[in-house]
Design a protein around this ligand. Structure first.
Ligand SMILES: [Fe+2]
Length: 446
């Protein structure tokens, strides 16, 4: 078996065999199907909200994306725009997908299975050492896997948004939860580093927007040790956070006026008490769990209320990855081991956030907790390419979105599959979005 050195932590990692790739593809598909096992065909076909297309579309799109890259691509270079019309996300934005003549569930699953059969057959014979960077070390397979993982999270956003009876998962894993989080620990961590690096040169799995690895010149700063909790956020609400317009930016005030929001999404008041819903469970917000389903503007207003600010993306990544003793960036806060559900609240089946500090492995060398899992964390940074960025393998994944419209989010959520998150992973969205599984932590200057 070929062994390559990752440029990350100098850890030798065996290259995935064809059998392992096939197994991962099957595992990803099993999860996709598991998530929808309890959902009716009518609900899979429905456009539950303008923000999210029907899940039936996601299913067909997952299949056709796979066909494009693991089948047609092996016959010659493909362009992303070659994806068949109905499932092309750029031709049909989410809000109109409910009007598409989507095939039945049975027909969709049949076509997904047929595509899968072809990709597995081609995997048997493909030359992974041809020198094609798309095939090298199985990159294209990792890309297709991550695509399915990422669509699983999108599907969960839709299931949380769904109208009618709330989504009831078939299988649920009870979350590990510390009995009483250590509230005596300091709220913030001071970070002063030199020679730290951001991004990665990994070409086996990382997306183009995570490359290249580059140095970060950082002034010393403070960053919250854990994400902001429901208890802290409730204090902000009780202190008039949503009506004190001085705490909000111009864009934030506009969003407040448009949305008329007075609390995070999926919160409401009953008999003077706040309740929140995660899928089919309704309960008062757990004081020690991270606040979730807040937009960038809410995060920014909260930070201003505490006299802090949101971290930059670079500050976030260094807090998660930098190991000052070894002088190197780690792929995960705990090192190079792939995340498991014992390390962090990831992989979906808990269907909610857990109390902060519930995962003792999920602490970075610089002392930040919960950087991976639970909530995607808003940063103050616009989504752009790193110095030396090169689009690969198609500009529609990242480059098309570079600019000032989107803010970067980091760290993954409870709804993120472990294969689609690492310290260098960059997510992005509009500052007004909160159907995503988003929270935040704050920072301040030294
Ligand atoms: Fe997609």
């Amino acid at each position: 078996m070929t062994t390559i050195l990752t440029p990350l932590a100098g850890v030798a990692r065996p290259r995935l065999s064809r059998a392992q790739i096939a197994q991962l593809l099957e595992e990803a598909r099993a999860r996709t199907l598991q998530l929808i096992a309890t959902v009716s065909e009518a609900d899979l076909r429905a456009q539950h909200d303008p923000l999210m297309g029907p899940i039936l579309w996601d299913l067909g799109h997952i299949g056709h994306f796979e066909e494009l890259w693991l089948d047609r691509n092996l016959d010659g270079k493909v362009e992303f725009v070659e994806m068949p019309g109905m499932y092309n996300p750029f031709e049909y934005p989410r809000r109109v997908r409910g009007e598409l003549p989507l095939p039945t569930l049975a027909a969709t699953l049949e076509s997904m299975a047929a595509i899968r059969e072809r990709s597995l057959e081609r995997l048997e014979h493909v030359d992974l050492d041809s020198g094609d960077p798309l095939l090298e070390d199985g990159y294209v397979y990792q890309m297709v896997l991550q695509h399915e993982y990422q669509h699983n999270e999108t599907m969960l956003q839709t299931l949380q948004l769904k109208t009618g009876t709330p989504y009831s998962p078939g299988t649920r894993r009870e979350l590990s939860s510390v009995p009483s989080p250590n509230v005596d620990r300091p709220r913030m961590v001071r970070i002063e580093v030199s020679g730290a690096t951001l991004g990665t040169n990994d070409r086996r799995r990382a997306y183009d927007n995570e490359r290249p690895k580059h140095s970060a010149d950082m002034a010393p700063y403070w960053i919250d040790r854990t994400p902001v909790t429901n208890a802290e956020y409730l204090e902000f609400m009780r202190d008039g956070g949503y009506t004190r317009l001085g705490l909000w930016s111009d864009a934030g005030r506009q969003w407040l006026a448009d949305s008329k929001a007075t609390a995070p999404k999926y919160w409401w008041q009953a008999d003077g008490k706040w309740l929140r819903r995660s899928m089919d469970r309704v309960a008062p917000p757990e004081p020690f769990a991270p606040v979730i389903h807040v937009c960038y503007h809410e995060a920014e207003a909260f930070a201003r209320w505490t006299g802090k600010r949101l971290p930059t993306e670079a500050e976030w990544e260094i807090a998660a990855s930098w190991n000052p003793v070894q002088g190197e960036a780690l792929e995960f806060p705990w090192g190079s081991r792939e995340p498991t559900v014992s390390d962090a609240n990831v992989d979906q089946l808990g269907f909610d956030v857990a109390r902060v500090d519930s995962y003792e492995n999920n602490v970075s060398p610089l002392g930040c907790s919960g950087m991976i899992g639970d909530v995607w964390e808003w940063t103050s940074t616009d989504f752009t390419g790193y110095p030396g960025f090169v689009a690969f393998p198609y500009p529609e994944y990242s480059e098309l979105f570079f600019g000032t419209e989107y803010k970067v989010l980091r760290g993954g959520s409870w709804a993120t599959r472990p294969g689609a998150i690492r310290n260098t992973f960059r997510n992005w969205d509009y500052p007004i979005r909160r159907q995503i599984f988003s929270g935040f932590r704050c920072a301040r200057n030294d």
